[in-house]
Ligand binder design. Structure first.
Ligand code: ZN
Length: 172
């Protein structure tokens, strides 16, 4: 069964991540404002669906360097209200990043009508590794926030550069 093969790979990814040291000590993110702007725009044009995917980059000590984001297909039963990565895409991206000596340093998804704060379901679905990014779309001002899980189990709200919104003042 292909599905069993996929879940077997996912399971081995999970257990290898569990063995990784210091998954909960991320204190800062280094990211270009342009990448944030691209991420928000990429998510916006897919509304009302919840876009989701991974942030790829490097990790050096307490700091995560976010270099790019990769959109993954959302295979949730109701993609307007939740998200679930397409397993085959997730497995492919995982092995590609390893091959290229990059890391998956974060996960992102959109709250199409909400603030960029993780829901209880979000927290239940996250193993605490890397960083957790949410693009919020309530009102007309998009916002993105990123979190890391602290050793005490609480969330650390990581500082991100502010979003530039070119041309906004010219919009009608
Ligand atoms: Zn969420």
């Amino acid at each position: 069964m292909p599905n069993q093969a996929v879940s077997g790979i996912l399971e081995s990814i999970r257990s290898s991540e569990k063995g990784a040291p210091a998954v909960t000590t991320i204190r800062s993110i280094s990211v270009q404002p342009e990448l944030l702007g691209d991420l928000v725009e990429t998510c916006r044009i897919r509304l009302p669906s919840e876009a989701c995917g991974v942030i790829v980059g490097k990790r050096a000590g307490d700091e995560v360097l976010a270099q790019r984001f990769i959109l993954l297909r959302n295979v949730a039963a109701d993609p307007l209200r939740s998200f679930r990565f397409a397993p085959e895409e997730w497995v492919r991206i995982y092995s590609e990043t390893q091959k290229n000596q990059r890391e998956i340093v974060g996960f992102f998804h959109v709250h199409p009508r909400g603030e960029p704060y993780p829901s209880a379901a979000d927290l239940a679905g996250w193993d605490g590794s890397g960083t957790y990014w949410i693009v919020g779309s309530s009102g007309d001002a998009p916002a993105v926030r990123a979190y890391a899980l602290r050793p005490d189990g609480k969330l650390r709200d990581l500082a991100l550069p502010s979003l530039s919104r070119p041309g906004r003042q010219n919009s009608v």
